[in-house]
Design a protein around this ligand. Sequence first.
Ligand code: PLP
Length: 394
Amino acid sequence: MISIKMKEQVQNSSIIRAMFEEGKRLAEIHGAENVYDFSLGNPSVEPPADVKEAILEIINSESSNSVHGYMNNSGFEDVRAAIAKSINDKFGTAFEQKNILMTVGAAGGMNVILKTLLNPGDEVITFAPFFGEYRSYVKNYEGELVIISPNTRDFQPNLEEFEGKITQKTKAVIINSPNNPTGVVYSEKTIIKLADILRSKQKEFGTDIYLFSDEPYRELAYDNVEVPYVTKYYENTIIGYSYSKSLSLPGERIGYLVIPDQAADFENIQMAANIANRILGYVNAPSLFQRVVAKCLNAKVDVETYNKNRELFYNGLLSYGYQCIKPEGAFYLFVKTPIENDVEFCNLAKKKNILIVPGTAFGCPGYVRIAYCVAYRTIEKALPGFKALIEELR
Ligand code: PLP
């Protein structure tokens, strides 16, 4: 007999689970090569060669007990120091080892920080469209997710509505840029304005409001767009980073949190987050991959491959009459559906063996998310289906 809370979670997970089952069913009927699955954010570009070299070097040259053993719950000290230095070199910050906590991916990091900060009933604000898992992560700690409605003009956060929704109970705000599902990068102007609002609300309520910047797509940015480093704009910022997309290592579950000294109650947060990492059952981030990423601080996946997919897909869809903002980062297109009902549109797409995710799952109905982290050929083969779809709906 599963718990009432899990029953709810199981019911809410059904869209994605159903899609997964549908993909398998279609592949059995039509052959996997004739099913165009754009539903998952699973990197298609290989990890850089440095990753494999680092794994072999570590395994061949370091003591097995040290490579595979327990360490401080926040991670290996030398790895954290190397990551801090690398961030400082890139962004002119002044972090030290104590500011870095190694995590089980971005998801692990976010759970650690929410466990650390939230009391039951505390409010966490996020901006639609957003990564749907935030709902579960906030609920895990009995927080209330407050969703700001989407600004479909340019998909920068709707700051007017945001300002009005901050209350005495607002404990944290989650942003995600480059964004899943839109691919939009939040501009420096947006970050400055958002920081100003938060500072003024902290003053008004006499509270501390933490800004959590979820950054698994930081390295996937196109056309030299700048992705602002948020700790430089707002003192109470905590960064969640992940190597899932930046080094194409999602299954290895490796990332880190940056908790700056300037964050209010830094010492207690750092100590509590270390303990949260342990008692949530993660204990520590995977040891081998902590050591691997420390050796790959300047390695990059081939972003140009994603860029080519982006251009092909975006230009193709636009030429057929679809409306979509051009993504500046990540590997998703967020396309307005030619009919109002996005779930219905996904069902029609499925009839052409195309799997995409309704915007409803991201708190933004009337749109669909298309993940273009797939082979170029898959996009070429799927485009005629998209063309036929919109023509049939005219
Ligand atoms: N946050 C966002 C916005 C994501 O898109 C994802 C994964 O797709 C995650 C967090 C989780 O990333 P990780 O695999 O590093 O836990």
